[in-house]
Design a protein around this ligand. Structure first.
Ligand code: FAD
Ligand code: DHB
Length: 390
């Protein structure tokens, strides 16, 4: 079987790339290890930058996001018993939308299916061949049979645990990594929103985040030991912890609800360069990971896809290789900015085991600064909405 662009992974990166290429008349095939039901129900990100929203709308898959997502013009920082607002729109002219990643996935899968480009779900033993030639291929198994997908380019959108990154020779790669000694405990609950906007809270017991999914479903997180088990956390214990960390001195409180989902995720920063070799290109989590504090992961995957779509389009319409040659360098500018922002937000907001009282006061001083200086608040806001790097 042959296609122009072979894509491994049906996360936001792979699906959006496939759809944007289709809109430009370029054929692709997406190979996905999991089932459609699995990818459409995995709970992950929630915050979409303006640029992500714009691209989804441009791709014709933004209607449900616009109808059901919640447009947010600011968020709150909670510390020392107070809450201070970062006015995203007032400071940058931009906003964000809270709309679950698995809803984006559903919209993209529906669009691919409608355009006769349904991903091939449930593939296994994926391997990449011939990337140093002009005719690479992807070998995989599907329903007991082995297939070879011949293509012009292979795009690795297979997330942090995929096979694509390792197909770039180790000698050409440099990995940069920081593993954090804490994780996030995430819950979904039935109930009304605790606040009109997201709350990022720094507390001596640890970080907490109040987010939302809809008027009736809320999403919250709190810092925990990454090796802890959800079984150690009764609903009562979770609510006590969230109240302790988020409730403010003026009486504003987190609103309890019926918890129906609990999970723990580890946190790390990771960048693998180069993001390309021969006819293989990496996009999204396959090449880089951020801790979730800055809400950047999915947005970075989408930003990579924007750069890659332009470059592949220039190749097919004008026979130009220059944008493809410069892909990694172009994408890495935004990636490193987001890596720094996510690291900075994480370091400022989390309880760091072993931190001295002096270091703890520095966290508070920094929060005071970003919530009182217009210049500092603007720097934070433009990174959060994603306009700090073009
Ligand atoms: P993935 O979504 O990981 O998709 C990769 C796909 O490839 C998967 O479907 C996988 O099954 C498939 N695959 C893997 N290996 C193979 C293989 N060998 N063969 C075939 N298929 C394969 N980001 C934000 O922007 N905003 C947020 O608010 C945010 N919050 C988050 C909160 C949490 C708790 C977590 C865990 C993440 C959060 N993120 C957030 C990060 C975001 O979810 C990821 O960055 C995003 O999913 C990356 O998309 P991707 O397409 O690159 O990779
Ligand atoms: C959500 C996740 C994040 O990582 C974040 O920074 C804000 C919101 C969420 O899942 O709603």
């Amino acid at each position: 079987m042959r296609t122009q662009v072979g894509i491994i992974g049906a996360g936001p990166a792979g699906l959006l790339l496939s759809h944007l290429l289709h809109l430009r008349g370029i054929d692709s095939v997406v190979l996905e290890a999991r089932s459609r039901e699995q990818i459409e129900s995995t709970i992950r990100a929630g915050v979409l930058e303006q640029g992500t929203m714009d691209l989804l709308i441009e791709a014709g898959v933004g209607a449900r996001m616009q109808a059901e997502g919640a447009l947010h013009h600011g968020f709150e920082l909670a510390f020392e018993g107070k809450r201070r607002r970062i006015d995203l729109t007032g400071l940058t002219g931009h906003s964000i939308t809270v709309y679950a990643q698995h809803e984006v996935i559903k919209d993209l899968v529906a669009a691919r299916v409608a355009a006769d480009g349904a991903p091939r779900f449930g593939v296994s033993n994926v391997s990449i061949h011939g990337i140093e030639t002009d005719s690479p291929s992807i070998r995989y198994q599907h329903e007991g049979e082995t297939h070879d997908l011949q293509c012009d380019f292979v795009i690795g959108c297979d997330g942090s645990q995929g096979v694509s990154r390792a197909a770039i020779p180790q000698a050409l790669r440099q990995d940069f990594e920081r593993v954090y000694p804490f994780g996030w405990f995430g819950i979904l609950c039935e109930g009304v929103p605790s606040s009109e906007e997201l709350i990022y809270a720094r507390h001596e017991r640890g970080f907490a985040l109040v987010s939302t999914r809809s008027p009736n479903v809320q999403r919250m997180y709190f810092q925990c030991d990454p090796k802890d088990s959800v079984d150690n956390w009764s609903d009562d214990r979770i609510w006590a912890e969230l109240h302790a960390r988020v409730d403010s001195h003026d009486g504003r409180q987190v609103v309890d609800g019926k918890i129906f989902q609990k999970n723990i995720v580890g946190m790390r920063s990771f960048v693998s360069t180069t993001m390309q070799h021969g006819r293989l290109f990496l996009a999204g989590d396959a090449a880089h990971i951020v801790p979730p504090t800055g809400a950047k992961g999915m947005n970075l995957a989408v930003a990579d896809v924007r750069v890659l779509t332009r470059a592949l389009s220039a190749f097919y319409t004008e026979n130009r290789m220059d944008l493809l040659d410069g892909y990694s360098e172009t994408a890495l500018k935004r990636i490193w900015r987001a890596e720094h922002f996510s690291y900075w937000m994480t370091s400022m907001m989390h309880r760091i085991e072993g931190a001295t009282p002096f270091e703890q006061q520095l966290q508070v001083a920094e929060l005071e600064y970003v919530t009182t200086s217009r210049a500092a608040a603007t720097a934070m806001a433009e990174n959060y909405v994603g306009v700090a790097v073009a």
